[in-house]
Write a protein that binds this ligand. Structure first.
Ligand code: ADP
Ligand code: MG
Length: 570
C-alpha cells in the first residue's frame, strides 16, 4: 500500500523553521553544506553497517560491493527550467518511519528550553540558531517545497518513501518505488532564490564548504561545443579525501574550519585545533577542536559529547565519549585508530589499555591546545573562558594527574582587578606575590559585590597581598581538590586562625600576643554571651577597620557548600 498521509511537524520544528527562514537570510548558501553533510553521514553509516551486512551494498542495485564499482558518492544537479536543485546520495537511506521521525521532529534534549530563549531579535536569534545547529531544515531557507525520496539500504525497492513539505507546519509521506538505495532531495527554489539554479555557483559553494568531505561530490560535466555525449557524465568537484588523513602542511585554516562545521554540526568557527598523527606502539590520528561557543545543552546530562570515531578511515560512531574526560566534553573532533577493531562497540570502548592510553594522550593534547591558545591569543582565551571556564573547573576533581596543568588554565577574579572579571591566572598571581609570601590566598562567596569589601581582606589590603575572589557555585568544591600550585598551597582567608607566617614581622607578632592577653577578659565575656552560637571566640589580627568578623573553622564546610547541602535538604 502506498498509503499517503499528512502529518504535522512537532511544535519545536515549526518554531525552528520560522526562525531559520528569517534569521539566516544573510547566509543562505549554507543549506548546501548541511544537505551534503547529511549525505556524507549517510554514506559513513552505510559503510559501517555493511561491515557486518555486506548484502546492504548489493541491495543497492548498483553493482558490486565496495571498494571498486558502485562507489559511494553524492551527486548535485540543477534544472534551471524546473527551478530545482537535487542532492542525491547512495548512503544508508531512510525507511518511511525514519523519514517521519528524523524529518518531522527534533530529538535533541532541551530543545524546548532552547527555543524559549529566543527573543525575536534576528541578530541574537541567528547566533542562537548557530549554537543549535541548522541541519536539514535549512533547505527551507531557499526552497518553498522540498521533496525527499529515500529508501533504506536492505529494504526492497517497493519500500521507498516520498516525503514532501512546503515547510509550513505539515508534511506528506507516501510509500513509493525507489530502485536505488539512498536519498534524493529535490529543492524547489523560491522565486527570489533562482540564482541557486546555477551549476557554476553550486560548484563554488561545494568547493568552499565541502571540499574536505571524504567522499566524491559529483556534478554533471559541462561540455562546451557540439561534441557533448548523449549520456550524462559526472565529474568529482571536491578533493574527496578525508581531511585528517592529509599532511598538516597542505591544509589551510579555512579547510580546518569547514571540516569542524561538518564534524561538530556547528555553524560558527572554532577557536583552535590540534591535528596529530601518532605512530609507534599505538597508531592513530586525531583532530581536536575548541568550539567558539558553548552548545545550548552543555549542562544537560545526555547532551551529545565525545569524538567521532573512525577505525582505519571507516566511520564507526559519533559521540565516542571514552576518549576524553567529562571536564573536556566541549572538545569536538575526530579520532581515527589503526589499533581498534572495526566491530568495536561502546561496551568494548569502556576501558582497556588501548583506550586508556589514547584517552590520556588526547587529554594532554587538549590541555596543550588550550595552553597554547591562552599564551598566543589571550583575548581569544578570555572568550573561551567565558564559555567553558565553569566546565574546566570540574577538572581538578575529575583528573587528579593533570590538576596542575588544569590549574594553570583557570582564570580568577582577584583584588588586583576591581572589575571582577575572571582574568587572573595563577601564574599572574605568583608573579605578583610579595616578598616573604609563599601561599596563594583566596576568599569564596556568593557574589563579587559581597566578597570584594569583605573584612577578611583588610589585612591583605594593608600588606599589599593579592587575594583571589571566588564566587562561582563550583568554586568551593574546586578548592577542595586544588590544594597547591607550583609548590605553593592555597589558603582560604576566611578560615580558622590566619597564620601569615613570614609575612608577619616579629613586632607584629609580639603586638598580637599582647593584644590577645589584654583582651582575654572581653573574649571570656563574649564566649559566655554567645554560648552555643559559636565554636570559639578569638582575638584576631586580620582586621584593621572592622571590630569583629565571623570565621569558619579549619575543617568545617564552607558557606557555599552549606547552602548547597541545605537546599538539597541535607
Ligand atoms: P543532524 O545531521 O545533526 O542529525 P539534520 O537536521 O541535518 O540533523 O538531519 C536530521 C536527521 O535526518 C539525520 O540525523 C538523519 O537521521 C536524517 N537524514 C537527513 N538527511 C539524510 C540522508 N541524506 N540520508 C539519510 N538520513 C538522513
Ligand atoms: Mg545534519
Amino acid at each position: 500500500q502506498t498509503h499517503k498521509e499528512t502529518l504535522g511537524f512537532q511544535t519545536e520544528v515549526k518554531q525552528l523553521l520560522q526562525l531559520m527562514i528569517h534569521s539566516l537570510y544573510s547566509n543562505k548558501e549554507i543549506f548546501l553544506r548541511e544537505l551534503i553533510s547529511n549525505a556524507a553521514d549517510a554514506a559513513d553509516k552505510l559503510r559501517f553497517e555493511a561491515l557486518t551486512q555486506p548484502e546492504l551494498l548489493e541491495a543497492a542495485g548498483q553493482g558490486p560491493a565496495l571498494p571498486g564499482g558502485g562507489e559511494l558518492r553524492i551527486q548535485v544537479s540543477v534544472d534551471p527550467q524546473a527551478h530545482t536543485v537535487t542532492i542525491d546520495d547512495n548512503g544508508i537511506g531512510m525507511s518511511r518511519d525514519e523519514a517521519i521521525a528524523h524529518l518531522g521532529t527534533i530529538a535533541k534534549s532541551g530543545t524546548g528550553d532552547f527555543l524559549r530563549q529566543l527573543s525575536g531579535d534576528q541578530k541574537k536569534d541567528s547566533q542562537l540558531i548557530g549554537q543549535f545547529g541548522v541541519g536539514f531544515y535549512s533547505a527551507f531557507i531557499v526552497a518553498d517545497q522540498v521533496d525527499v525520496y529515500s529508501r533504506r539500504a536492505g529494504l526492497p525497492a517497493s519500500e521507498g518513501v516520498h516525503w514532501s513539505s512546503r515547510g509550513e507546519g505539515e508534511f506528506d509521506v507516501e510509500t513509493v518505488d525507489k530502485p536505488e538505495r539512498g536519498t534524493r532531495i529535490v529543492l524547489h527554489l523560491k522565486d527570489d532564490q533562482q540564482d541557486f539554479a546555477d551549476a557554476w555557483r553550486l560548484r563554488s559553494i561545494i568547493k568552499k564548504y565541502s571540499d574536505h568531505i571524504g567522499l566524491p561530490i559529483q556534478m554533471v560535466k559541462e561540455h562546451h561545443g557540439e561534441d557533448a555525449p548523449a549520456e550524462i557524465e559526472w565529474e568529482t568537484v571536491n578533493r574527496a579525501s578525508a581531511l585528517w588523513t592529509r599532511p598538516r602542511s597542505e591544509i589551510t585554516d579555512a579547510e580546518y574550519q569547514e571540516f569542524y562545521k561538518h564534524a561538530a554540526h556547528d555553524h560558527q568557527d572554532p577557536l583552535a585545533w590540534s591535528h596529530n598523527k601518532v605512530e609507534g606502539k599505538l597508531e592513530y590520528t586525531s583532530l581536536l577542536y575548541v568550539p567558539g561557543h558553548a552548545p545550548f545543552d552543555l549542562y544537560h546530562r545526555d547532551a551529545p559529547k565525545g569524538l567521532k570515531l573512525y577505525v582505519q578511515r571507516v566511520f564507526v560512531m559519533d559521540q565516542a565519549e571514552q576518549f576524553l574526560p567529562l571536564y573536556l566534553r566541549f572538545i569536538k573532533g575526530v579520532v581515527d585508530s589503526n589499533d581498534l577493531s572495526l566491530n568495536v562497540s561502546r561496551e568494548i570502548l569502556q576501558s582497556g589499555p588501548v583506550i586508556d592510553s589514547m584517552k590520556s594522550a588526547l587529554t594532554k593534547r587538549s590541555l596543550d591546545m588550550l595552553e597554547k591558545l591562552a599564551t598566543d591569543k589571550p583575548e581569544v582565551y578570555a572568550g573561551f573562558w567565558k564559555q567553558f571556564g565553569q566546565v574546566l573547573k570540574e577538572g581538578p576533581a575529575e583528573d587528579f594527574n593533570n590538576r596542575e596543568k588544569i590549574a594553570g588554565l583557570l582564570r580568577f577574579a582577584s583584588t588586583h582587578d576591581a572589575s571582577g572579571e575572571q582574568s587572573v591566572s595563577l601564574a599572574d598571581y605568583l608573579g605578583r606575590m610579595i616578598e616573604g609570601q609563599d601561599k596563594i590566598y583566596f576568599l569564596t562567596g556568593d557574589s563579587h559585590t559581597q566578597v570584594k569589601d569583605s573584612p577578611h581582606l583588610e589585612v591583605f589590603r594593608k600588606k599589599g597581598i593579592e587575594v583571589l575572589l571566588l564566587t562561582d557555585r563550583i568554586d568551593e568544591w574546586l578548592m577542595g581538590y586544588l590544594t597547591e600550585f607550583d609548590g605553593k598551597s592555597f589558603v582560604d582567608v576566611a578560615r580558622g586562625d590566619l597564620d601569615l607566617g613570614a609575612l608577619e614581622s616579629a613586632e607584629d607578632k609580639q603586638a598580637q600576643e599582647e593584644a590577645a592577653k589584654e583582651k582575654q577578659g572581653l573574649v571570656e565575656r563574649l564566649k559566655t554571651a554567645l554560648g552555643d552560637e559559636v565554636a570559639d571566640v578569638r582575638v584576631s589580627h586580620r582586621l584593621t577597620d572592622s571590630p569583629a568578623i565571623l570565621a569558619i573553622g579549619e575543617q568545617d564546610l564552607g558557606l557555599q557548600m552549606r547552602q548547597i547541602l541545605e537546599a538539597s535538604g541535607q
